[in-house]
Design a protein around this ligand. Structure first.
Ligand code: ZN
Length: 73
């Protein structure tokens, strides 16, 4: 059963992002990490080389949304 998050809309991927490929160089590498593109504030997959060369344009986003049942008043 898929988990529903209250703030799922804050975790949308860029429309041009392809899972399994780097957003910048489009290479299919073993390691892809999820970053938030500052310009669009949307999530993208990046390879290590592109993270290193473009770190000023992306934020590491390892924040986690709360599950609905954990929501507090
Ligand atoms: Zn890349």
């Amino acid at each position: 059963m898929p988990t529903k998050y209250d703030d799922a809309r804050d975790y949308q991927f860029h429309e041009e992002d392809m899972p399994g490929r780097c957003f910048v160089c489009h290479k299919d590498t073993d390691v892809l990490l999820i970053f938030r593109q500052i310009k669009s504030m949307l999530l993208v997959h990046l390879c290590r080389d592109c993270i290193y060369e473009n770190i000023a344009e992306y934020l590491l986003d390892n924040t986690r949304p709360w599950l609905s049942e954990k929501k507090t008043i």
